[in-house]
Write a new protein. Sequence first.
Length: 168
Amino acid sequence: MKVNTAFWEVRQAVALTAYFGGLRMIECMNLALEQIVRGPDGFTITHTRAKQRSDKVTTKFMVVGVYAHVLAMYLDKVNNQLEKYKGRVWYTGKKSDSLSNQHMGKNSISKIPHEIASLLNLPDPARYTFHSFRRTSATNAADAGATTEQLVDFYGWKNSSMCKGRHT
């Protein structure tokens, strides 16, 4: 299977962005190009948490290293092929080197974890959901030593009960 197509580039960019930011699907879909700032160390992305009730809390995160390169390849196509510099981030990738001027909808974005799991030959790809990116991100942050307070703050959880079983 050819994975260096625009079809796979957008899927990789979505997955990396969701993982690094611990994003819910709606948060990923609501990102705007102007919220993504390229810097010398990668990309800083600012977004508003979806489940914050009365106080719309914004969170910043970075996509760095080789992962920033993957995101850069996709964003360069959005800029150069589609001439888009603001507005929605995710466009439909063709099975060639080009993007379509059509936004990815909820159904397309929700299929990305299944498609990646199938590509990787993981058992039962249908069980992977968009929330898998968020869950894996939180688990890896806890395993890397993030405190309960840091996890609650970054992931926008109401309280520390979300950390039970994931972080000691």
